[in-house]
Design a binder for this molecule. Structure first.
Ligand code: SAM
Ligand code: SF4
Length: 348
């Protein structure tokens, strides 16, 4: 179990600035992740059951409402915005939202607009993303073996994703490859993926599986602690901790042999909650103050109740005032998921 007790140490770059949203533990909220849809064209085994029930379309915020909510957050001090899902690029008309949000980057009101994608639609959207002001993207890719890829994603096809990544690079996007470390699935491929990613000029980040939502498999069989992965990598590579940060939870090392950066996202083995600067908005307008807790605030009702933003702004302040100190993820045989909703609902 990850402990969340003990005093919070605030890193210098998370010190609250005046006028910002600040939670009860003194953490300034400057990073908003928005799940623009819970739907996806893949069914990754650790993320979704194959037979998922998605939200009825009538419950979704329109793209205009999502943009209005994002703008309220930007007005309240958010500087970095990540679109995610489900698969963000399968929501119809999503480019319209991305273009409008990109205007905030161009006007200097937002430092970064980025997205996390499975890469399946990048061949269609890469150039438009760059034109809209997106500079960096995260692409989730757990294996370079086509058969394994089809098994992990159930519905995905590797060549389509590799074409998409290539299109993104050609369009000028900086790319980070994110891989979930999965016991017996990709654990022996991590070294070759690292060499491939760095050889192509991409950052590479490993993620521990988190107990979110019911999936068809036992998570104890999937979970691979990154402390084990790091120890194995250190038998072959020289890893040096570096201070590099992208505003997210990854801790980075430089790999001497490849000259590239390797990130570790370790919600299970090393809690990163003390420096948490983010909140998550779903496509129904629900605000989750922590990925690993059930508490949430409804922003759709106050958004729709008035044409002005006072009500929704007050609801956001009230929600930030309830942001918990951290998560308590547990993975064990027969353990229920720590939170019942899937990663695709809250957005990874
Ligand atoms: N569909 C997009 C994608 O796959 O990049 C964006 C949404 S997906 C939910 C975001 C990230 O969450 C992906 O990198 C995925 O591998 C990761 N993810 C999903 N379920 C997870 C889980 N239970 N534990 C850890 N990471 C998970
Ligand atoms: Fe879809 Fe991303 Fe979940 Fe895979 S991890 S099922 S691509 S939302």
């Amino acid at each position: 179990m990850v402990s969340t007790s003990g005093p919070i140490q605030l890193p210098a770059d998370h010190a609250p600035s005046s006028g910002a949203m600040v939670d009860p533990f003194g953490r300034a909220i400057t990073y908003l992740r928005v799940s623009v849809t819970d739907r996806c064209d893949f069914r990754c085994v650790y993320c979704m059951a194959e037979d998922m029930t998605f939200l009825p379309k009538r419950d979704l915020l329109t793209l205009e409402e999502l943009e209005r909510l994002c703008t309220v957050f930007i007005d309240k001090g958010v500087r970095k915005l990540r679109l995610t899902g489900g698969e963000p690029l399968v929501r119809r008309g999503v480019m319209q939202l991305i273009e409008r949000l990109g205007d905030h980057v161009k006007a200097g009101r937002l430092d970064e607009l980025t997205l996390t994608t499975n890469g399946s639609q990048l061949h269609r959207f890469a150039a438009d993303l760059v034109a809209a002001g997106v500079r960096r993207i995260n692409v989730s890719l757990d294996t370079l073996d086509a058969d394994k890829f089809a098994k992990i994603t159930r519905w995905g096809r590797l060549p389509q994703v590799l074409n998409g990544i290539e299109a993104a690079r050609s369009a000028g996007l900086a790319i980070k490859i994110n891989a979930v470390a999965l016991k017996q699935v990709n654990e022996h491929e991590i070294e070759s993926m690292l060499e491939w990613a760095h050889g192509e000029g991409y950052d590479f980040t490993l993620i521990e599986t988190m107990p979110l939502g019911e999936v068809d498999e036992d998570r104890t069989d999937q979970y691979l602690p990154l402390s084990t992965v790091r120890a194995r990598l250190e038998e072959r590579f020289t890893l040096t901790d570096i201070a590099y940060k992208t505003g997210g939870p990854a801790r980075y090392v430089e790999v001497a042999e490849t000259g590239g950066r390797l990130g570790f996202i370790t919600p299970m083995t090393h809690n990163f909650c003390e420096s948490c600067n983010r909140v998550r908005l779903t496509c129904t307008g629900t605000l989750f103050m922590c990925l690993g807790q059930e508490d949430a605030a409804d922003l759709r009702a106050p958004l729709r109740a008035s044409e002005g933003n006072e009500l929704v702004s007050a609801a956001i302040d009230e929600a930030i005032g309830r942001k918990p100190k951290g998560h308590d993820f547990v993975i064990g045989r027969n353990a229920a998921p720590s939170v019942s909703r899937h990663m695709s609902t809250t957005g990874g």
